[in-house]
Design a protein around this ligand. Sequence first.
Ligand code: PMT
Length: 434
Amino acid sequence: MLHNKTIIVGVTGGIAAYKACDVVSKLRKQGASVHVIMTEAACKFVAPLTFQTLSNHFVISDMFAEPKTWEIEHISLAKKADLMLIVPATANVIGKIASGIADDMLTTTVMASRAPVMIAPAMNTGMYRNPIVQENIQKLKTLGYPFIEPVCGMLACGDEGDGKLADVDTIVESVEAFLAEQKQNPHSQMKETAFPKITDQETLSSTSNTVPQDLKGKKILVTAGPTREPIDPVRYITNRSSGKMGYAVAAQAAKRGAEVTLISGPTVLDTPAGIRSIVRVETAAQMYQAVMDAFPDHDAVIQSAAVADYKPKQYSDSKLKKSDSDLYIELERTQDIAYQLGKMKGNKILVGFAAETDKVTEHAVQKIRKKNFDFIAANDVTKAGAGFGIDTNIITIIDAQGNMHAYPQLLKTEAADIILDEVAALFCRKEQKP
Ligand code: PMT
């Protein structure tokens, strides 16, 4: 219960502003005295009169409106508030608070307030993942501002992903839990006591993680690199894959919080930072076995390896001697790892790559169907800036429903993040429909 508690609810201009009405109503039902401050943009989404009626107090929005009696009131309010709750908090208001900007009633009150300021962000996924927004959030967290994390779901803009305002009940429960904790330990999260003394930028950035942790708790298996199919002790059949694409996927997935297992063919690349384990293999058969062993313990598999489709039928234990006649090496099929996983898929997410030289879309679509991929990243390896060995790629994402999105030339790390955005959205959809 929230009897004798004074809460200032700051409402900013996002479509989720209408949910703040419910928050105000529920806080009042819990016994809190609620005062609402709205930004100018918030007033475009919900009329101040709605909040006035729900809170039973005048709503403050315009800093320069007459009469100005509230000017004193809001300072005294800021002094006596037990908590400020910003719901929904847009990227804009988070940026302003993080930068010490106080240019409207809400941000000046935040600045003046000695009460803890709780922040419930809500915004489009792209904005939420923007490194600047993440840096601002991390800065505020480091300074002791409690956050009510947004959730993953269908956003008003039609995108699916994280950035959706937390559930109203979760917000109200978080407020109650926070204030109960404060009562027991009044200095636990008060800004003045909790704020670390940041003496230089390095200290702040070292505690900052600017990458959203949207794959936290997910186990992702990534295959990368070429395979080598030996002919004799000195010769083998391989392809041009360097492993860069798969290593970028593994590195970015680990940065986003996933537990990553990388199964790698022979490469000269360093093990990506933060991954859980790496299994180094040489042949398609070894990659097949490593993937099959790891598969049950993973939620998703991203298959960027260029696995040999054929291997020499006979391996010669000794070096083949040259003669004056031509040499014919009979090849036999390797096992198709992706095809096999497709048959065992269950509730897991399977992502493939398609390295094509012609009819890119047509061939990629056939592979999605045959191998039961959720989606495929097709790359035309004949294009400059795409494919083997280089640091960039040009991908088209095609999903099992036939939706298609072609991207321009990107760094492989950026292409990896696009693939991982799709994977995160698929996890999100699966969690909504278990
Ligand atoms: O490693 P880089 O130098 O960075 O180059 C990146 C890349 C070009 C290798 C990468 O972007 C890419 O396209 N990888 C897939 C290469 C490939 O083998 O494509 P494919 O169209 O032949 O195979 C389709 C899918 O089936 C792939 O996900 C592949 O991993 C999988 N496969 C193929 C054959 C096989 N025997 N088993 C498989 O699992």
